[in-house]
Structure formats: C-alpha cells, structure tokens
Design a protein around this ligand. Structure first.
Ligand code: GRF
Length: 221
C-alpha cells in the first residue's frame, strides 16, 4: 500500500464515522492524484463504518475511545502514543468529531512559522455555520448558496487559515439531505486536491490587513 518518494509526506487520517472523505482520499492516492502517503487511519469510535473501509484498502487502523473522565489532552497523548510509530508529518481530519487539544495542535505546528500541519474539511463556507450539522443549518436558514471549506487547524472550533473554498447553489434543494448529497460530491473532489498542494508546500500564508489581520493560505499561481 505504501508508496513513498523523497518529497512525499506521510499523513494520518482521523475519522469518527462514515468515511466517505476517507474513501475519496484513498482513491486519489491509488490513482496517483495524491502523491503523499496515508500511513494510518485513526478513529475514536470502535463501531465506525470507516474502519471497515480502511481495512479494505489495507491501511493500518488504530482506534481508541475517549474515557468520559479523561481530559482532551490526556486522550490526545494516548492517541499520539499509538500514532507516533507511523511518523506522520501531517494530520488530515475527515469527519473527526472530537475537538483537538492545544497539546496536539502545538505538536503539529512548524516551530519557525507557526504554521499548522493539521488539515480539516468543514461543510460550510466558514465562518458561516461552524460546528455540527452545517448543511442542515444552511438549509434551515434559507441560504441560497452554501459550500465547503478546507482549512489549517488552529485552536478554537473550525478556526484556522482557509486553504480552499467552493460554493454551490442550494436554491433548488428540497431537503437538507439534498444539500448534503450535493456537498459531499464537492468535498470528495476538493479535499484530495487541496491535501496535494498543501502537503507539497505549494502555498504561502499571507496576512491581508483589509481582512482584519486574518492569515489565509494562498496557492501561488
Ligand atoms: C463531512 O461532511 C465533513 O465535511 C464533515 O463531516 C462529514 C464527514 O463525512 N467534517 P464522511 O465521514 O467523510 O462521510
């Protein structure tokens, strides 16, 4: 399964559930649209559908459930104690429903540039509709357009420099399920493409004062 070259980065995929983005990433890797290497799937749910999918791709799986009494940091330290041996350069969150601790986020920051090496996909045009059930929130709100965001992960829910966004019209959608189906198609195209250019280092982080000093991630043309 593992295919490496000297420029290829190693990444761990985190997923808590269905795993349709996981599948899209693995297909992109098989079809060589993705030159970086998934090295392990981590799930925080022993019954997650994604686990069977990872096994069918022959990818190693690690699974740990959070004890309700343990802190986020203690849980993330336990996760790291099993993931460390896979030596991931990046973490790719694909439907991972736990908030990461500051400890893990800091572990995956480039010390010099303070750039996060954790990517997340979120089913809205951030900063609209953060948190869970974002397609449903957009539908219920009566939004005419929603979309998908891929961003670097910093502290706070769905925070961090935006790498890629794609919008789509939901004017004709009659239910939030229709919105989700349309959104997932966009996610499955956008995420592997964005992982490829971000992990290849083909981006710069810029601060635009007009944009309130927020950093965003730009792909140089
Ligand atoms: C996706 O909509 C993703 O954007 C969000 O959670 C959902 C996960 O779906 N973060 P799947 O497990 O990849 O099918």
């Amino acid at each position: 399964m593992t295919r490496t070259n000297e420029h290829s980065k190693r990444f761990a995929i985190f997923s808590s559930g269905r795993g349709s983005n996981f599948e899209a990433i693995m297909k992109a890797y098989q079809e060589k649209r993705l030159t970086h290497t998934p090295v392990v799937l981590f799930s925080d749910r022993t019954d997650a559908e994604v686990i069977g999918k990872a096994k069918s791709f022959g990818l190693p799986v690690e699974c740990l459930e959070k004890d309700p009494t343990e802190s986020r940091q203690t849980f993330d330290k336990r996760i790291w104690s099993v993931l460390e041996m896979y030596r991931p350069d990046y973490l790719v969150l694909a439907g991972y429903f736990k908030i990461l601790s500051s400890w893990l986020i800091q572990k995956f920051q480039e010390p010099k540039h303070e750039v996060s090496r954790i990517l997340n996909i979120h089913p809205s045009l951030l900063p609209a509709f953060p948190g869970l059930h974002s397609y449903q929130k957009a539908f219920n709100y009566g939004a005419k357009v929603t979309g998908v965001t891929v961003h670097l992960v910093e502290e706070g829910v769905d925070q961090g420099p935006i790498c890629a966004q794609e919008a789509f019209s939901i004017q004709e959608c009659k239910s939030h399920e229709e919105v989700e189906n349309a959104g997932l198609k966009v996610e499955h195209e956008l995420y592997p493409k964005t992982i490829e250019w971000v992990l290849s280092g083909a981006y710069i982080l810029t601060v635009n004062e007009v944009r309130g000093q927020r950093r965003h991630c730009v792909r140089p043309s």
